[in-house]
Design a protein around this ligand. Sequence first.
Ligand code: AMP
Length: 617
Amino acid sequence: MAKISIDINSGTIQKDNAVIGIDLGTTNSLIATINPKTKKPFCLPIHGKNSMPSALYFDAQKIEVGSMALEKLVSDPKNTLYSIKRLMGRSFHDLGHELNKLNYKIVDNHDQLVQVRIDDQFYSPIELSSYILKELKKVGQKELQKDIQKVVITVPAYFNDSQRQATRDAGKLAGLDVLRIINEPTAASLAYGIGINTDQPKTVAIYDLGGGTFDISILKIQQGIFEVLSTNGDTALGGDDIDQAIKNYWISFYDLKLLSRSKNQLLRLTAEEAKIQLSKDKSFHKKIAIQNQHITLELDRDRMNTILSPIIEKSIAICKNALSDANLSTDEIEEVILVGGSTRTLAVKQAVQKLFSSANVNDDINPDEVVALGAAIEADILAGNRTDMLLLDVTPLSLGIETIGGLMDVLIPRNSKIPIQLKKEYTTSIDGQVNLAVNVYQGEREMIKDNRKIGEFILKGIPAMPAGIPKIEMSFMLNADGILQVSAKELRSGVKQEITLKPQYGISDEQIKTMLQDSIKFAQSDMDERSLAETITEANQLIYATHKFMRDNPQLLLEKHIQTMSGLIRKLEDSIHKKDRLTINNRIEELNEFTKPFAEQVMDHQISKALRGKNIT
Ligand code: AMP
């Protein structure tokens, strides 16, 4: 029997909350729920369709959302917004060449997150996305006759912290309680549920080519546990690029010049129409009015396949990288799941089947709906309705902090399963140090200068102690949404500061790819640089400790001892200057040999720590 709750204050009957999953897509957005009887997920109709274009239209009085907005793309393009997802959590600089794909006005906010300008109004992408989410909420509530509050929203696997946070904020702004942000490929695998309720492990690749983004994930599914072995992708690759490529082909083939904004849009929409038609027919032709004349745009399937082959090849190369990250060969993949509207293109299916030649390519579930359906299942799991499934996810880049000498010290390694919490102890490098700067980085290189800084803070109020004595525990917690929280605590004094790290702005796929490739390319020179930096740090610490020793213990030292020590320090400083690791090492040993007998006489706990401790600047 269904439960009915009554609000005691108002005496009104409260409608029960629905279990909701939302696929907030670049091109289209969907909302799905679970049928309480069959326990199966299904997509709710939106304005009579299964999905809603992620488009907004601003007219003088109101904001239209969905297909009504999309219709204005041709007649009033500068007030019609689409592909807002590309802007989420990103700065003008991050967007780079992607800006060319957007016909509306994007404001350069000097390294801040971008805004969109409509007439004299400015809007953040978070606000714009919230209009889409509000509309989904409104339509869903009407359809279900239930309150919609708690939702799961999906994002591409390669969304960084800032983009995930922006998506969560958009949900909040729309009056939703975002239970969790999950990766789209993970949601898709949930919808298929391959391997559930069987002991046979399965290795699965999810190939997701949507309107604006491409993701590939390699999952291992065993006894209801979905383990993500690797993920890879490109947030600037999808059906939009195919449309653009067809449009460009027509522009050059028919020698079309100086097209107005609306004619450009008309060409783009006709290109999309051609692409969709060529998924079933062999040829396409359509008469359109352009440059005061009527021309018939033509395209056949073979020509289209040639035009889109570089786009498909790009995705296949990314698949190979994901396989190598997962340490798998193509023939170890048993199932492939196709996700995203663009996988309906025959050439895409064929290329995927060719790459994974021994796998079963699954396209049974509507590739547009599969992510939303999986999100609804995840919402159902979080509502405690399903105990037969568990979810594990991974982080695509390593996370760590800067330690002395400009080194990257990794706390959470790349491809770690999330949620995850890791702790590590550090200490200070200077006597009486009361503040500690913590710089947080993302990336695979040995030196922080080659990685990406994602945040910084200062731990203040450490009681003055000799170098090496404070015990500072750093804790990194990456939650299930992929959002990082960093906290620092000085254990001896109990000084505790919990700091929530505000993630910095977006990172492009190109940058992620380059970072991963560079870490392989520069592996040897990075190791050499790291060893040199470590040796120099050791030498500097020894020099610091020896000076301190000479200052604190004059009664133990004769003039000749002081002279020898000073001479050895100068030689060591000289070798540091020359950056010759072997010589520095030899001179560290020389100085150590000489000071050891003296140090042993008085070496207290503090000095021994100072000589050994691992320090943060
Ligand atoms: P999604 O982001 O998953 O909604 O995918 C939308 C993309 O799929 C758009 O670029 C559409 O043009 C494309 N698409 C939809 N249907 C087809 C089709 N039948 N053949 C090729 N592409 C399609």
